[in-house]
Design a protein around this ligand. Structure first.
Ligand SMILES: C[C@H](O)CC(=O)SCCNC(=O)CCNC(=O)[C@H](O)C(C)(C)COP(=O)(O)OP(=O)(O)OC[C@H]1O[C@@H](n2cnc3c(N)ncnc32)[C@H](O)[C@@H]1OP(=O)(O)O
Length: 726
């Protein structure tokens, strides 16, 4: 087997007690690179051979056991640059035969994380000692894979089939305490006693004072065969329902079943073979791309590489207690950041506080928060009607209605009442930040903090910088984003920023198709089948026609040449069909808010068609699902290209993340531009050109897309790379 560069190692120290302590060292998370794995085998072989070693303890450096197999090595394996000499060499030869089968007891001392391959190594040990805060899990399915170092066989043998399935299928780790209750770890100890307890435990096993378990040979936790089959059957049904586009969760169930029906060794062999196949799947490549892209959003050239240290934000003020403001306040206090919520009168203030309360209460109801924590969290929120208490705040987030002069006045006031270091952020989704700050001299500390509704749940935060925003302020906001567990994407200042720029052609394309004869519900079905959480029409119903028209108007104003102008939504609005809130939109909603198709829709569509003077195109009445997906998403790809070409986004991967986290684009397709590249720029461009001829400039390929297509280059490659390839 080859190596992916010199990445990581293990060290071994033999103590006077006769215990060899092997420590995995590969910062930051001690991932299992090939170098680490081979070094682990070397250390292990030495420990087995040395007469002065009676027992072995494995641990990880710097309070982390291991974050699993080195995900950055997948690339080499996928591209064939790195090859396993024998399939299963690591899983069967090293981990099972050499380690689990060793004649000296082996104990894992686990702190921090034991995930994926990390937990799999620990499960092959003869006992596991952990701290209470450690996270233990097999999250491989999140990467389009199955566990590949025996996890599918060992986890069910330690915690039972049902729990093991839940942990793998949902990629859900458990905390140390729970792992102890489940039997995944044998003892919980304080951090400073971890290694010493593990050493003693290992000696106790060596001297037969404690039992010696080989996990793979255990059967006590596995349900009887008939019951196991029922559990697996149920899991398959659920998986098909929840992830109809994904193969690998079903493969995982098959592999687990093989071990239960034909024995753990057959299971291990099947696991090795299936893992190899899945490694080369598009799903795996897409999800690994998402993994690294998500972590890459916080790397902004010219900002995060200047050595700036984020300043501590101790107190934040939120202006406006509406839906957005209260959601933002909730997100902040949930991460222990004290918030002052300002409103214009008592009534609005109370309504805002009540919204925050309701957000928290819904967590209590779902069992995600105790009553005590609820009280404590809510105590971090303070309401106010004046700027008096703004003297010691570090950041303001303005979330009032989208009104330019109102915002200008607010920012002028903020400049007066806030300390000079205070960050002045706006949650606007449409208004130019330079305009908002026009009446101030604080342009370097004005920044956009664009949250998505509901702000305490949606994972994305668009950080909008102007030409004048200082890098320090961006670094500070990136840090706040991390504290409130959002994935931040730094974008430039323009109408709609990145996410709404992409959302707009998405709904416009859908409306264009409907006006020309495609069925509303077929579009939603095709888009949902593709993997979006809902189709464009269901989405417009959900956000409400008012919002859709307001943001749509901004686009028509700013990008008239490529806006499709339709009267469909305004006509429906006239009849007070405003979406889900009025129980009628593109769908009709019953008391339980269940959506069903509404035959009345036809008359609005016919009227809109009449006003815009377009004809039904017979071709568009019988589009395949594939055609629908392409006609709706290629304009989105086209807009993403413009966003990239204009420098609004720093890199293509940021738009992939923005599409997944802001629009709900399926992560297993890798994000909007990664998906586009899997189809090829030439193909996309040629289809857009074809539709431009038939249906107008709405589809016209952007200069960036056309140039890439002409060279057969990928859309995601940085500009320099495309040049040097030519
Ligand atoms: C054969 C096996 O069955 C196959 C496998 O094991 S597949 C791997 C399974 N493991 C996982 O999926 C765990 C992935 N990692 C994580 O969930 C999280 O990184 C974590 C919980 C370990 C730590 O989280 P956190 O402290 O927030 O740090 P996070 O920013 O995510 O990661 C820190 C750095 O480590 C890197 N990293 C984390 N896990 C890694 C891994 N398994 N391989 C390579 N790099 C990894 C990240 O890319 C990041 O790099 P960067 O600083 O250059 O951006």
């Amino acid at each position: 087997m080859g190596s992916s560069g010199n990445k990581g190692r293990t060290v071994m120290e033999v103590g006077a007690d006769g215990v060899a302590l092997i420590t995995i060292i590969n910062p930051p998370v001690n991932s299992l690179s090939f170098d680490v794995l081979f070094s682990l085998k070397d250390s292990f072989d030495q420990a087995i051979q040395r007469d002065d070693v009676k027992a072995i303890v494995i641990t990880g450096a710097n309070g982390k056991f291991s974050g699993g197999f080195d995900i950055s090595a997948f690339d080499g394996l996928q591209g064939g640059q790195v090859k396993e000499s024998t399939p299963g060499y690591i899983s069967i030869d090293i981990i099972t035969n050499t380690m689990e089968g060793a004649r000296k007891p082996l104990v894992a001392a686990i702190d921090g994380v034991a995930l994926g391959g990390g937990l799999e190594v620990a499960m092959a040990c003869h006992a596991r000692i952990s701290t209470s805060t450690t996270q233990l899990g097999l999250p491989e399915l999140q990467l389009g894979l199955i566990p590949g170092f025996g996890g599918t066989q060992r986890l069910p043998r330690l915690v039972g089939l049902s729990k093991a399935l839940e942990m793998m299928l949902m990629s859900k780790p458990v905390k140390g305490e729970d792992a102890h209750g489940l039997g995944l770890v044998d003892a919980i100890v304080p951090k400073d006693e971890l290694v010493s307890v593990a050493r003693r435990w290992a000696l106790d096993v060596a001297e037969r004072r404690r039992p010696w378990f080989a996990t793979l040979l255990r059967t006590d936790k596995i349900e009887p065969l008939a019951e196991a089959r029922e559990i697996l059957k149920f899991a398959r049904v659920q998986t098909r329902k929840q992830a109809p586009n994904l193969m690998h969760p079903l493969v995982c169930i098959d592999v687990i079943e093989e071990g239960i029906v034909s024995g753990p060794h057959a299971g291990l062999v099947k696991e090795v073979n299936e893992f190899q196949k899945l490694l080369h799947s598009d799903t795996c490549k897409s999800l690994v791309h998402i993994f690294f892209s998500q972590r890459g959003t916080t790397k902004v050239p010219g900002v995060t590489n200047l050595g700036l240290v984020p300043r501590k934000i101790n107190k934040v003020a939120v202006l406006g207690g509406g839906l957005m403001g209260s959601g933002i306040a909730t997100a902040l206090i949930l991460s222990n950041i004290p918030v002052i919520l300002k409103e214009v009168n008592e009534k609005f203030l109370q309504a805002g506080i009540d919204r925050v309360k309701a957000n928290l209460q819904s967590r209590v109801k779902k069992g995600k928060m105790s009553q005590e924590k609820f009280e404590k969290t809510l105590s971090l929120l303070q309401g106010t009607l004046t700027y008096d208490s703004f003297r010691d705040i570090d950041m303001v987030i303005e979330a009032v209605i989208e009104n330019i002069s109102l915002k200008q006045q607010i920012f002028a006031d903020l400049e007066k009442y806030c300390p000079p270091h205070c960050i002045l952020a706006s949650n606007t989704s449409t208004i130019d930040l330079n305009l908002i700050g026009e009446k101030t001299r604080s342009h370097d500390r004005i920044i956009g903090a664009h949250f998505f509704s509901p702000a305490h749940i949606m994972p994305l935060l668009e950080i909008v910088r102007t030409q004048k925003t200082s890098p320090q302020v961006i670094v500070d906001l990136l840090d706040v984003g991390k504290r409130i567990r959002k994935t931040p994407v730094v974008v430039g200042n323009c109408t709609g920023f990145a996410v709404n720029r992409m959302f707009f052609p998405y709904s416009q394309a859908a409306i264009l198709l409907v006006e020309r004869g495609t069925d509303v519900y077929q579009i939603d079905r095709a888009i949902t089948k593709f993997g979006m959480p809902m189709g464009p029409f269901r989405m417009i119903d959900l956000v409400g026609f008012g919002v859709a028209v307001a943001t749509g108007g901004q686009f028509v104003l700013n990008f008239p040449e490529r806006s499709h102008k339709s009267m469909l939504i305004p006509i429906m609005q006239e009849d007070n069909r405003l979406g889900e809130a009025t129980r009628k939109g593109f769908y009709a909603y019953d008391n339980k808010r269940k959506a069903s198709p509404d035959p009345e829709l036809r008359k609005y569509i016919e009227k809109a068609r009449e006003i815009s003077g377009v004809q039904v195109d017979p071709k568009l009445t019988k589009l395949s699902d594939k055609d629908i997906v392409e006609m709706v998403f290629f304009p989105v790809v086209n807009e993403a290209c413009r966003v990239l070409a204009e420098g609004i986004a720093v890199k293509a991967a940021d738009l992939d993340i923005a599409s997944v986290m802001g629009m709900g684009f399926p992560p297993y397709r890798g994000g909007i531009l990664f998906w586009a590249d899997s189809l090829g720029s030439k193909y996309i461009c040629s289809r857009l050109e074809e539709w431009t001829k038939l249906y107008g400039d709405f589809f016209k390929p952007s200069a960036y897309l056309a140039a890439r297509a002409a060279k057969g280059a990928s859309l995601s490659a940085p500009v320099e790379q495309v040049k040097s390839r030519l």
